[in-house]
Each structure stands twice: as C-alpha cells, then as structure tokens.
Design a protein around this ligand. Structure first.
Ligand SMILES: [Zn+2]
Ligand SMILES: [Zn+2]
Length: 333
C-alpha cells in the first residue's frame, strides 16, 4: 500500500510500504478520510514527543474490506470510525476510573496510509445521518464531549468558549446539546464564528472589536459566567477564564498548554470565589457514543480542505498556519 511516513522534523516520505497484517481479532479498513490534527503539527515542530520514522494520522474513518478469522464476515462493507486506542474494559482503571486510563491499552494510529488493520472493537459503526467523511472528526470531538461531560450544568447556565478552532467549536456545540442555556464563543476569525452560529452557538464575539471582559459583563449583567472553557492552549487564557466565571463557576481546560506552563492566577481570589478548575484530556469514556452526538449537529462545510496522501506535509503546514476549520487527507482518492 501507499503511505506517508514521517522521518523527523518536517520531512516525510511518500511511497510503498508493506500492507498491514490482519490478526484473528482485527478488521482491515480502507481509509477514506483522515483528519490533520494539531498534534500532528506539534510532532513535526518538536513540541510533542514522538520518535521517527512512523506513519502519523489518528483521526480516521473508512470502510471495512476484510476481517480476521474471529470476526463476523458481516462487517465487511461497513462504514466505521477508528478509535486509535483499544481498552480492555476489565482492569481496575477501566472498571473504577475511566477506560482512557486502561492499564492494558494498546495504541494503533498509522492512518496516513491507504489501509489500516485495527482491533474489531476499535472500528465503531457510523450511525445513519452522519456523513462518513465528517465522522473522521469523532476522535477530536470525543475529547471535547468527554470534557463537557465532566461539567455540572445549572439551570439558566451561561457558558463561554475561548477559541473557535475545531476543539473550541465542538466544545461549544456539546455544551449547547448538554443543556447549557446560553453558549457564547469568542474567536477572531470570521468564518469560524459563522460556523459556530451554524452549530447552534447563541452568541459569537470578535475579540478584535471589544474586550472579552466587556463582552462577558454585558452577557451576564456583570455577574460572570457559569462556565468558561479554554480551547487554545495558553495559560494566560485559562487564567482569564478564572477571572470571567462567577462564584462557584467552572473553568474547563480543553486546549493543551505546553509542558511546564504555570497558571498565573490569584489563588486567594480563586479560593474566595470557590472557582472549580476542571480539565478534559483524551476520549474519556465517550468515544463510542460520539458519532451519534455528532449526527445531531449541522456539520455541513466543516471540512474546508481535502488533500491527497502524498500532500500530507503541505496539509500539516497549512493546518499549523490555522487555515480553514478542518483539513483532511483522502488516502484513496
Ligand atoms: Zn487529534
Ligand atoms: Zn483496562
């Protein structure tokens, strides 16, 4: 098969590699769509630990074209989204904590390729009403849904998301579907604000036009937010969220701050106002139900760039420059 192998830094090699081996409990998937993620960008920039050579790409959907001997042949032809981590469901962590901390988990994420072999349980069916291409967003969306599912939602809650990239948009959309009455999003790029409106976000704010402090004061009659989510990955914006919430308000960290980043907040103020700091990392326990949640949203137009497999390096550069909403690779186009 053809694949695009990362060699370190910004270097990739496009060419033939051996087909993946299909084990007795695996399915073979022809990759239709694989998303370019901020993590891929960070890996090529040396900001996320990873060792070359390897095939990157961990947000994929496609079609099952073959199955191992222990898997029902009825799955052949099924459209699926791939969970890059397999969990046992039986260990102490899975039973009492979260499957995302499974002690026997195995990872498989080499999806910038024409084919992938994954454990049967990691190939999750795509429900009716969800476009197969859009379903490739399941992995990043599940991280947002997992974070939102950790929030307490009060009656009449007002929430704000800072940052309208893919993660911010999904976090805001799931806050809305989780019952937060008024959801706002602040983002400087116009078409991302427009997409937020399409997703059902109630109010959008352009931080180049007025300060977020004034915006929140207007939105909440000076009382502050019930929930403020940071989806950029900057410590100072998490600190801003702490300032913007009302007493007993909740701050949700979705953006990934660099390792070693300190949080510049006044702890006295945080304690005095009983602010809750909450974080979401990874898919938690919600991956399998995320496709059905995505199907409830109007995701038309979320994919703003499609690239051939050989153009993975360019797609990663474009994604790093913040072009579009979601860029994807089409390995079998
Ligand atoms: Zn990702
Ligand atoms: Zn486990």
């Amino acid at each position: 098969m053809k694949a695009c192998t990362w060699l370190g830094g910004g270097d990739f090699e496009y060419g033939d590699v051996p087909d993946p081996v299909i084990g007795p409990d695996d399915v073979m998937v022809r990759i239709g769509t694989v998303g370019v993620c901020g993590t891929d960008v960070h890996i090529t920039q040396g900001l996320f630990p990873s060792t070359p050579p390897q095939i990157l790409g961990h947000e994929a959907s496609g079609e099952i074209i073959d199955v191992g001997q222990n898997v029902s042949r009825e799955r052949i032809g099924e459209s699926v989204v791939l969970n890059h981590t397999t969990t046992c469901g039986e260990c102490e962590s899975c039973r009492t904590w979260t499957v995302s901390r499974c002690e026997r988990s195995t990872q498989k994420h080499e999806f910038f390729a024409e084919l992938a072999s994954v454990p049967n349980a990691s190939a999750v069916p795509i429900p009716e009403g969800l476009d197969v291409e859009v379903a490739s967003i399941t992995e990043p969306a599940s991280c947002c849904l997992s974070g939102v599912s950790r929030l307490r939602v009060d009656d009449g809650a007002v929430g704000l998301v800072i940052g309208g990239g893919m993660m911010g948009l999904m976090t805001a959309a799931f806050m809305k579907t989780s019952g937060v009455e008024t959801v706002a999003l602040t983002e400087p790029v116009g078409y991302r604000r427009d997409f937020a409106t399409q997703l059902g976000i109630d109010v959008v704010h352009d931080p180049s036009q007025s300060s977020v402090d004034d915006f929140v004061a207007d939105l909440t009659n000076g009382r502050g937010l019930h929930i403020a989510a940071e989806a950029v990955g900057k410590a100072e914006l998490v600190a801003k969220c702490v300032e913007l919430v009302r007493p007993r308000g909740q701050v949700l960290m979705i953006g990934v701050a660099p390792a070693g980043a300190p949080l510049p907040v006044d702890l006295y103020d945080m304690q005095y106002r009983e602010v809750v700091l909450q974080s979401g990392f990874g898919r938690g326990d919600v991956f399998n139900r995320t496709p059905a949640e995505l199907a409830k949203l109007n995701m038309d137009g979320v994919i703003t760039g499609r690239y051939e497999l050989k153009d993975v390096p360019q797609a990663i550069i474009d994604s790093g420059e913040g072009k579009g909403v979601k860029l994807v690779i089409k390995p079998n186009r």
